[in-house]
Design a protein. Structure first.
Length: 123
C-alpha cells in the first residue's frame, strides 16, 4: 500500500508535458490578385511557439515561419496567391483546444482595405 502511494505521488509530481499537435486547414484556391493567410490565435494561458507552414495542394512547401505568441495574441503570415490551391499547417506543443486557426483568402480593395473571400477553420 505504501509503495502505491509513493508511486502515485511521484506520478502526480511529474510536470505535465504538452504533446505535439499539428492542425491542417482545407486547401483553398487563390488567384494572383488575392492573398492566402495562415492565422492562429493563442487562447491558452501560456506563451506558445507555433510553426506556420503553407503548402501547394500537391504538397510542395511554399513558406514557413516560427513565431512565439503570448496568451491572447494572434500570428501568422500572408503570401501572394499563385493561381493554385494552397493549405496551411500549424504545429505547436499544446492541445488543439488552446488555439483557433484558420486559412483566409482576401484581396485588396480600391478603397485601400481588404475583402475576405473565404475563411475556413483548421482541424
Amino acid at each position: 500500500m505504501h509503495a502505491r502511494l509513493v508511486a502515485a505521488a511521484l506520478v502526480a509530481a511529474l510536470p505535465a508535458f504538452a504533446h505535439a499537435t499539428d492542425l491542417y486547414s482545407p486547401s483553398l484556391p487563390a488567384d494572383s490578385s488575392q492573398f492566402l493567410e495562415c492565422r492562429l490565435l493563442n487562447v491558452s494561458g501560456a506563451p506558445l511557439d507555433v510553426t506556420f507552414t503553407a503548402f501547394m495542394s500537391n504538397g510542395v512547401l511554399v513558406t514557413n515561419s516560427l513565431q512565439t505568441l503570448a496568451p491572447g495574441e494572434s500570428g501568422g503570415f500572408s503570401i501572394s496567391g499563385s493561381n493554385a490551391a494552397m493549405y496551411c499547417k500549424f504545429s505547436f506543443k499544446a492541445k488543439a483546444a488552446e488555439v483557433r486557426a484558420s486559412i483566409d483568402i482576401f484581396e485588396p480593395t480600391s478603397a485601400g482595405g481588404f475583402k475576405i473571400f473565404n475563411a475556413l477553420s483548421a482541424y
